[in-house]
Design a protein around this ligand. Structure first.
Ligand code: BV8
Length: 231
């Protein structure tokens, strides 16, 4: 029997046990700053230094955290799965990448910047300011290469094509509040849909199966079971 193609969507919950804040939990980022002040193109146009400070702090924090057992379990699944596989993440951290996965960062990446003058994209680990020159054109109009609210997420054609034919859709560590990611469970109409999350998400009734608990427990357990079934 042909192994089903797998599409996985992850959110901030998969990085929580590595020490990175989620957004909508009681101690989440959006409880401390307003989306309108730091995560929209209008915010960046209005006060770029404030937006740079918000992302600089999060980019700096990446040096203090490590991938956890959930990231590593998904890397193992990506390597050992005999069928098609796509890992899509809403996260802008680099923990999937450092675990050895090849994620599609649909909301961009903290460790990349984009030049508003020449369009060049660069890997970036340091702070960014309004006077940082672009390595390609030397103009100082760099922004975080992150998808803000009101901007088109990245890789949507590839994601929609993968969802269209997938047999298994896994949603991990996301509250299901932000679109278009929150709609993927409905786009994967024909798939077996599984939610692995600390608690039921906003769209939990759309799933066929759910395992609730910390990602470092429920994700490795699910991956072990899946690989045993198909080994
Ligand atoms: C677009 C980058 C159109 C920034 C982000 C009204 C209705 C529907 C939609 C809209 C609407 N009004 C506006 C919209 C559209 C809007 C949207 O959906 N808004 C929401 C708030 C209603 N969406 C957009 O604007 C998107 N773009 O629509 O463009 C368009 C069309 C054509 C042409 C141009 C444009 C763009 C959205 C992307 C915004 N950028 N991130 C940054 O990171 O700074 S989204 C932001 O939310 C975060 O990045 C995050 O990725 C995303 C989702 O959050 P989660 O990952 O789910 O995190 P959250 O804290 O919410 O949940 C964590 C979960 O983990 C919880 O369930 C918790 O229980 C669980 N958990 C916690 N600990 C653990 C755990 N699970 C397991 N183990 C644990 N230990």
């Amino acid at each position: 029997m042909t192994p089903p193609s797998i599409v996985i969507l992850t959110g901030a919950g998969i990085s929580a046990e590595s020490g990175l804040s989620t957004f909508r939990d009681p101690d989440g980022l959006w409880q401390r700053v307003r989306i309108e002040d730091v995560a929209t193109p209008e915010a960046f146009a209005r006060d770029p230094a404030h937006v740079h400070a918000f992302y600089n702090a999060r980019r700096t924090q990446l040096a203090d955290v490590q991938p956890n057992a959930a990231h590593l379990a998904l890397m193992r699944l990506e390597r050992e799965w005999p069928g098609a596989f796509l890992l899509v993440t809403q996260n802008v951290d680099d923990l999937h990448d450092r675990a050895g996965s090849l994620p599609l960062h649909m909301h961009g990446e903290l460790r990349r910047v984009r030049c508003l003058a020449c369009g060049a994209r660069h890997g970036w680990a340091a702070d960014l300011s309004i006077s940082t020159p672009c390595p390609s054109c030397a103009v100082s109009r760099l922004r975080p290469d992150i998808v803000w609210f009101g901007e088109m997420p990245m890789g949507m054609d590839r994601i929609e094509a993968a969802l269209d034919g997938c047999g298994l859709f896994l949603s991990i560590g996301t509250s299901g509040n932000v679109y278009p990611a929150a709609g993927f469970v409905e786009d994967a109409a024909q798939a077996h849909k599984v939610e692995l999350n600390l608690e039921p998400s906003a769209g939990s009734e759309l799933f066929d199966e759910a395992h609730h608990g910390p990602a470092t427990q429920v994700v490795p357990a699910f991956v072990d079971r899946l690989l045993r079934e198909w080994a």
